[in-house]
Write a new protein. Structure first.
Length: 179
């Protein structure tokens, strides 16, 4: 995310870049997960909002890959997030992991491995899957995805977009603050 900082700073914006656990200079952890990344973002967001030079109602979350999904999860819980830029988010972690595991494990072991991951994370995939959390985000969301992404297929972005289109603004409720 560091290459994004210079143009944003050049535009006069305040920027906080987080190294999520097990990334960059952050601490190691036994397990990384989308909910853990969301916890890291929420802690950074709380710190940022305590800063006198920051208008806490104008904070935009920008995340890439699992960080994008985590940003959507945070925004689904926090009405004061002004907007989200989701870069290359998977639509559903279970579907993503199933595709990755099928190449390495037979079917029954894939299913067992997925249940183990849910147990280790302490949550069902359904509770934090971006395809579900995006429907609860009241802030504007910009989906960015390359059509040649070799890790997360662009179809995931299309699914997220289609899900948003099926969820009317009225169903999401009114947006507070400037639009």
């Amino acid at each position: 995310m560091a290459p994004l900082a210079a143009p944003l700073l050049g535009a006069g914006l305040n920027v906080l870049l987080l190294d999520a656990r097990c990334h960059g200079r952050s601490d190691d952890d036994e397990l990384t997960s989308m909910p853990a990344f969301a916890d890291d973002i929420a802690i950074g967001l709380a710190w940022l909002r305590r800063r006198s030079e920051v208008d806490g109602s104008r904070v935009v979350l920008v995340g890439h890959s699992v960080g994008a999904g985590a940003s959507l999860l945070v925004a689904s819980r926090d009405e004061d997030v002004a907007a989200v830029v989701s870069i290359a988010s998977m639509a559903h972690p279970e579907a993503f992991m199933k595709t990755m595991l099928r190449a390495r494990l037979p079917g029954p072991l894939t299913k067992l491995a997925l249940r183990y991951v849910e147990h280790a994370v302490g949550q069902r995939f359904e509770s934090f899957a971006p395809v579900h959390t995006i429907t609860r985000v009241r802030a504007p969301v910009l989906l960015v995805h390359g059509d040649e992404d070799l890790t997360v297929p662009v179809e995931d972005a299309r699914l997220l977009f289609a899900t948003c289109r099926r969820t009317s603004p009225a169903a999401r409720g009114p947006r507070r603050g400037p639009h």
